[in-house]
Each structure stands twice: as C-alpha cells, then as structure tokens.
Design a protein around this ligand. Structure first.
Ligand SMILES: NC(=O)c1ccc[n+]([C@@H]2O[C@H](COP(=O)([O-])OP(=O)(O)OC[C@H]3O[C@@H](n4cnc5c(N)ncnc54)[C@H](O)[C@@H]3O)[C@@H](O)[C@H]2O)c1
Length: 352
C-alpha cells in the first residue's frame, strides 16, 4: 500500500511528539512541515528528514499532494489550517483544545461531519487516552458491570507558574501565549482542563451541569511585552453527570510538587476505581471491586495494550472508519469549556 503523505503544521514544542510518532510509522511519510517562524520549520525538517518546509500552510497545501495533516499550532491558530485541510479533502488531526472558542469549534465540527460523509476523518490529540489504563478504566466503568457512577474526583496538576520546573514563564514564549487571553489562550482550563474534562467524560459519560471557578493570581511578573498574563491559572468545577452522579474536576498551574500529574477516582454503585497516569510510567489503574469491596482492598488491574492517538488517526484512514476522537467529540468537550466560562461569569450552575 502507498504510504500516507502527511504534513505537520506548527513545529514548536509539541510537534516533537507528532514528529516522533509519525516518523516511526512504516505506513506514513512526513512530506512537509510548516511554521510561521522559518528557522523552526527548517530545523524541524532537518531533524526529521522532511523534504520540504514552508512558512505558509496555504502554500504547503497548494504545492504538496497530501493525504493527511497534523495541526500543532498554538490554540488560536487551529481553525484556519484545519478548515482549509478538510475543504481540500485532507484527513485532519488537530491538537487540543479544538479551538479558542465554541463558535470556531462548531464550525470545525460541522465541516468535519460533512466531510465524514465523504470518507474524510478527523482526530484530536487527547493524549491521556494514550494510556492503556485510561482505556481500561473507561471500558470497565462504561460496561455497567459496576453500576452507575455516583461520585468522582478528577485532577490535572502542574506547577510551572509557581516554580521553574519546566523553565521560566518570564522569559520563555511557549509559556507566554498560554497565559494571555489576547493571544487566544483559555488558560489552564483550555490547556490542561480540557484534558481532564475529556478524560472524565470518556470514563464517566456526559455532563449535565457544571459550576466552575476560574482564577488568575498576582505574580512577581504579570506582563512581558505584549503578553499580559491574565488567563486563568486554576479551575475548580463541581459537575453533575447525565446519569445523576456528581463530582469535581480541577486543573492548576500552581500545584507545587507536581510537574504534570493526571488522576481520577471514580466511585460506582458496586466498585471504586483509582487511575493515576504519572506515579507509575504509562499509568496505573487500581480497583476495589467484587469480594474486596467490604475489605477496602485495592487490586492493580492488568491493562492490555491499546493504540495511541496518532496510530488511531492513521488507522482510521487505512480502515476507512472514524476513530475515537473526532472533531465532533472535541466540540462536545469545547462545550464544557464554554459552559465553564459562563458559569464563572454568572457564579452559578450552567446546563450542558
Ligand atoms: N496533547 C497534549 O498533551 C499537548 C501538549 C502540549 C501542547 N499541546 C497543544 O499543542 C499545540 C502547540 O503547543 P506547543 O507547546 O507546541 O506551542 P509552541 O508555542 O511551542 O508551538 C506552536 C508553534 O505554532 C507556530 N504557529 C503559530 N501559528 C501558526 C500558523 N498560522 N502557521 C504555522 N505555524 C504557526 C508557532 O510559531 C510555534 O512554533 C497547542 O494547541 C497546545 O495546546 C498539546
């Protein structure tokens, strides 16, 4: 079979994960890359042995014969290259969050649904679904074997605002657009909150209503040049699920001691589950189920291997079948982001 000809748009920090993943696949050839910063695009092309690099994605689309594209630009610039790709019948993977607001996410999702009818597939990089343990947890909870979800607590903790654990936000541009609403950032909510909302929804099911608090704190430096650091840095949400269960979802950049920790505890009618994606490499799933329930004993659950998001995207093209995370699915998550903003503004619950 002919190799899938793929381009990567946006060659900053996260593009490395896309470059590593796609260049390791026998059935994919990365034929071009693009970044508005020419030096970045050039260096990326050299690193991954990519024949052509561009500074304008339209020119790339015009000149290259592509099967697929992966959009890894900063959040505000997901829409334009994704929409243009779909219009040209190029299968499109996009980074999370799908867009910088609900309206743009809807436009992307609507077009993706239209194109799906023509066999064009989309994917969104909700990377915490890569863990075998995440997939196993979702399967166990969604099977219904342990009854309905009654309660849950989901956390995404980082600390790059309160520490220099990943570098200094005062001097590094990769942090600065993430802290500035003017540059399209939805703060910790759009950066990491989106992951923990997706993970919770994937495992526990659809949300019914949420009450969310979004806060930004005073720092020793609150602006660098055009970047005003006004985006939310903590997100605390109380949520009710459509199935009736209730729980909390939070995300923070001030969780000193945690570089990047994702975890969720889910309590069903007939069992407790505890997923931690960082304490053990690849993630660990524990459960208190069956005869262990009355003893409070947790067992480690074996989790069979599952494909990562990049593989799922390429498989969807090869198999002609939409994979696990479509633009439509990501639009559902974007509704949670939008409802969070509205809830924070009105200081009340918002229905989904
Ligand atoms: N799934 C995950 O776990 C994960 C992790 C980190 C980042 N991300 C997401 O990946 C995306 C990129 O994040 P990053 O950390 O690489 O940021 P970054 O700032 O390091 O890189 C973004 C790159 O996009 C380029 N760019 C911006 N507009 C462009 C355009 N119109 N055309 C071409 N290039 C353009 C920038 O010049 C920059 O090089 C973001 O959406 C972010 O939320 C996802």
């Amino acid at each position: 079979m002919e190799k899938i000809k793929l381009a990567i748009i946006g060659t900053g920090g996260m593009a490395k994960a896309h470059g590593d993943a796609f260049s390791a696949m026998d059935n994919v050839e990365i034929v071009a890359c693009c970044d508005i910063l020419e030096e970045r695009a050039k260096a990326f092309a050299e690193k991954y042995n990519i024949p052509h690099y561009y500074t304008d994605f339209n020119e790339l689309y015009e000149k290259e014969k592509l099967t697929a594209v992966s959009v890894v630009t900063s959040d505000k610039f997901h829409k334009a290259p994704s929409i243009e790709a779909l219009k040209r019948n190029i299968h499109c993977m996009c980074e999370k969050p799908l867009a910088d607001n609900l309206e743009n996410a809807k436009e992307m999702s609507d077009l993706a649904e239209e194109k799906l009818k023509e066999g064009i597939f989309t994917a969104v990089d909700f990377s915490y679904r890569n863990s075998f343990a995440t997939q196993k947890l979702a399967e166990m909870v969604q099977s219904g074997e342990f009854g309905k979800v009654i309660a849950f607590d989901a956390h995404y903790r980082q600390s790059w605002v309160s520490t220099k654990i990943w570098g200094d936000f005062r001097t590094s541009s990769a942090f600065q657009w993430r802290m500035s609403t003017k540059h399209g950032s939805l703060g910790t909510m759009g950066d990491t909150g989106v992951h923990i909302y997706d993970l919770t929804r994937f495992v526990c099911g659809d949300f019914d209503e949420i009450f969310c608090q979004l806060d930004c704190y005073d720092k020793d430096v609150n602006q660098v040049g055009e970047y005003v650091f006004d985006a939310n840095e903590t997100m605390y949400t109380i949520a009710k699920l459509k199935c009736g269960g209730r729980g909390t979802v939070d995300s923070s950049r001030w969780s000193t001691g945690y570089a990047n920790e994702v975890s969720i505890q889910v309590f069903c009618e007939k069992g407790g589950f505890d997923l931690n994606l960082d304490r053990v490499k690849g993630g660990q799933l524990r459960a208190c189920i069956n005869e262990n329930r009355d003893k409070g004993v947790w067992e480690i659950i074996a989790c069979p291997e599952t494909p990562d998001m990049w593989t799922r995207f390429i498989d969807s093209i090869i198999e002609g079948k939409q994979g696990q995370t479509s633009f439509k699915g990501a639009y559902e998550v974007q509704k949670l982001l939008d409802a969070s903003i509205k809830s924070n503004e009105k200081q009340g619950f918002v229905k989904l």
